[in-house]
Design a protein around this ligand. Sequence first.
Ligand SMILES: [Zn+2]
Ligand SMILES: [Zn+2]
Length: 259
Amino acid sequence: MEDMIQWLHDAPLWQTTLVLLAENVLILILALVLGQWAVRRFEARRVALPALPLQRLEVLVTISTVLGNTVTTLLGMFLWRAGIITFRTDVGVWAWLDVLVLLLIMDFAMYVLHRLAHHPWLFAIMHQLHHRYDRPRPLTLFILNPVENLSFGMLWLVVIIVYPASWLGMSVYLVLNVLFGTVGHLGVEPLPGWWAHTPILRYVAGSTFHARHHQDLECNFGFYTLIWDRLFGTLRKDYFTTMGELPTWVAAESKTVPS
Ligand SMILES: [Zn+2]
Ligand SMILES: [Zn+2]
C-alpha cells in the first residue's frame, strides 16, 4: 500500500490519469456485473417496473460520468499532493471507525445536496436527467448530469479536506458508496423481508428506499440511511409496509411511458 501511495505522489500526470481512469472504468464494470447478477438473483422481489430498452443517451451519459469521476479523483490527487488533503495510514480501530463517520457525514451532506438538486431553480440543470429513468437498473447509478456528478464529487473532496480520514477508512467508504448506489438502482430488493421490522437495521437503506424516490420525487432523499428523511419528514409513509414489493400505485402507472 505504501508503494502505491508513493507512486501516486510521484508519477507523471499522464500515468496517473490513465491509472485513475482505469480504476473508474473498473468500478463501473464491477457495479454493472454485480448489479445484473443481483437483478437476476432477486427478480422475484421487484420493487420497480422492469427497465425499458437501453437508450444511446444512457451509454453516452455513463461515459461522461466515468470521465467526471476521473476528474474528481485527479483533483483529489492534486489537492493531496499540494498538502490540502491529508490522510492517515493507521489500520486499527480508529481507521475502521472512519468508515462509520464518513458514512454518516456524507449521508447528511448528500441528503442536503440532493434536496437542493430538487429545488425548481436547480432541478433542470442538475438532476432532471437522472429522473428521466423512473425504472432504475444498475446503469442508472451512472446516469448523472455532469454538473450533478461534479457537485457530489466536490462535496466528497470538501469533506475529506475538513476531516483527515485514514486511507483504509476512505477506501472502504468508497466501496460501500458504490455498493449502496448499485443496490439503490437494482429495481429488485436483495434485503430480506425481516429487515423492515428489525430495530436499527431498518434505518439502513436498501433497494426499495431509492426506488421509491425514483417513483415519487417528493420522498426518500437519503442515500445510506433513512435517518435524515425520518428527521426532516420526507420518508415515504408506506416505505416500511411496502419494502420488497411493487406497490399497486406504481404498477398502475406502468401504462404511462416515460419521456
Ligand atoms: Zn432525486
Ligand atoms: Zn437514483
